[in-house]
Design a protein around this ligand. Structure first.
Ligand code: HEC
Length: 474
């Protein structure tokens, strides 16, 4: 018997028809307390089940997804199905109630703390730069100067902690749609001597005949800064035109260098998951080129007929983080999985990382992508997140401020609005600690001058700076 039935049974006899009509409307707060509070908490703050007011909807935040989750449950994770227990009207009212509470909860979101206690350090947190528009990537030019990309297409300079008013002029025209735009920025390993700066962005072609949409793909250029202008641009990687895809998602775009100076960059599968396994397509891959755009002779597929010679690894869904460890030389990669399949990988030449043949995730509507989580000839992640944290930029920490984190992987997350420190040994993850939470959607994490950690966030659009204020012993 459902809550409404209990109410009307108790009250219907005594009440006038107009009041009885009012009783017929589902009482969402009462339904919540009866059915949901035991797991999700009396104030929706979480308990056995997750918080329903933190803005994180791992299984979809639209009204339709929430209704579906209540109706059919997420039974393999312990969320019961209420199809038999509640009418559609009850489920709809409950959904409206959850969304309204989430809005209230959002308004009460705590401010970014000025200090956090981690297991090893008391960490000072300050806003270093604000007033940005969807910042995505960041790179230091020297101890005092950094460049920050803004996804809509602008490159901004920060000097002495102050954001220059005018963006850099002359940067490439980007295809700013969906997840695309001006994405990563990186400096040459020999920047002091040669001044080269690298950009990754979404590049589009003229609209195609059907539908008038612009096909787009990731493009890599380099250039130099002169008097606030982007100059001497060279295109280092441009995909064959017939591989461009009409889609707003999964551009990848992170750029890093290894100790020998090879340039690695990522391209997500652009929403065409099967392309990730196709070596004639640039998407769903990590690529490796020389800094002038030429192809290294020892790339894994230079002799494979039909393969793009820049491909280094394949089977990658949407690599959002790349970082090379100075200590081990390993190339770490983070990639957005589908629901519940975010991965941290160690990349090795010519390897297949399995998407979409193997995955720890499911489609966002709960249906299965693949029954397989492992397969001969395909790499396992070093770590994966279920539920998804929406893993984003990563860095390998090296610096004087946090010696206990030396060579740990710093991991930013959009959905969890968090930064985690993953202690590793060789290519193994030993321990994960979330050091920052609810600070905005974290796009990138960068070790900066004097070993401070810089955290690029969206909503609020800012860069935070983390410094050590003292050690803690545990
Ligand atoms: C027996 C415990 C339990 C009860 C009772 C329960 N839930 Fe859940 N619920 C869960 C668990 C566990 C999850 C999945 C958590 C995870 O692993 O991410 C979940 C997930 C959800 C989600 C998806 C959240 C997201 O991130 O997308 C919604 C919405 C939800 N529950 C609503 C409800 C509502 C409304 C009720 C009452 C009608 C309810 N739940 C009752 C345990 C419960």
């Amino acid at each position: 018997m459902n809550a409404r039935a209990i109410l009307s049974l108790g009250l219907s006899v005594a009440l006038a028809p107009t009041v009885a009509f009012a009783q017929d409307k589902p009482d969402a707060p009462a339904l919540y307390q009866q059915y949901c509070a035991q797991c999700h908490g009396a104030t929706l703050q979480g308990g056995n089940g997750q918080s329903l007011v933190d803005g994180i909807w791992n299984f979809g935040g639209s009204s339709g997804s929430i209704r579906r989750n209540i109706k059919h449950g997420i039974t393999h994770l312990g969320m019961p199905a209420y199809e038999g227990a509640m009418e559609d009207d009850d489920i709809r009212a409950l959904t409206d109630f959850l969304l309204a509470k989430e809005k209230e909860g959002g308004a009460e979101k705590p401010p970014v703390p000025s200090e956090v206690q981690t297991q090893d350090y008391i960490v000072g947190v300050e806003t270093w730069v604000e007033g940005l528009d969807t910042p995505w990537g960041m790179a230091f030019l020297d101890d005092d100067t950094a460049l920050i990309t803004e996804r809509p297409g602008t490159l901004r300079l920060v000097k002495g902690g102050k954001l220059a008013d005018a963006p850099i002029t002359g940067t490439p025209v980007v295809h700013a749609e969906g997840q695309g735009g001006l994405l990563d920025v990186a400096t040459d390993p020999d920047y002091i001597d040669n001044g080269w700066i690298y950009l990754a962005y979404s590049h589009s072609l003229e609209p195609n005949e059907e539908g008038g949409k612009r096909p787009a793909m990731t493009r890599i250029v380099r250039g130099k800064l002169k008097d606030g202008a982007w100059t001497e641009e060279q295109t280092l990687f441009e995909a064959p035109k017939d591989t461009y895809v009409v889609s707003g998602v999964h551009y990848g775009c992170r750029i890093v260098f290894d100790a020998e100076g090879h340039l690695y960059f990522s391209i997500g599968e652009r929403g065409s998951q099967d392309h990730a396994q196709d070596l004639s397509k640039p998407n769903g891959k990590v690529h490796r080129i020389h800094r002038d755009g030429t192809i290294p002779d020892d790339n894994p597929f230079v002799k494979t007929a039909g393969a793009l010679p820049s491909i280094y690894t394949y089977g990658n869904r949407n690599p959002q983080g790349l970082a090379v460890s100075k200590a081990t030389g390993l190339l770490w990669e983070s990639e957005h999985g589908p629901m519940g399949g975010d991965e941290l990988n160690v990349m090795a030449s010519g390897k297949n990382y399995g998407w979409p043949v193997i995955t720890y995730g499911r489609n966002y509507n709960g249906s299965s992508v693949s029954d397989l989580t492992r397969k001969e000839g395909m790499e396992q992640p070093r770590h994966y997140w279920r539920p998804s944290i929406a893993v984003c930029g990563i860095d390998i920490y090296t610096g004087s401020q946090f010696p206990k984190w030396e060579n740990a992987v710093l991991v930013g997350a959009l959905r969890y609005e968090s930064v985690a420190v993953l202690q590793t040994e060789g290519d193994h993850v030993l321990h994960e600690e979330t050091i920052l939470k609810n600070v905005g959607r974290v796009r990138d994490v960068v070790t900066g001058p004097e070993g401070a950690i810089y955290v690029v966030t969206n909503s609020p659009n800012a860069v935070l700076r983390l410094t050590a204020r003292g050690e803690r012993s545990y």
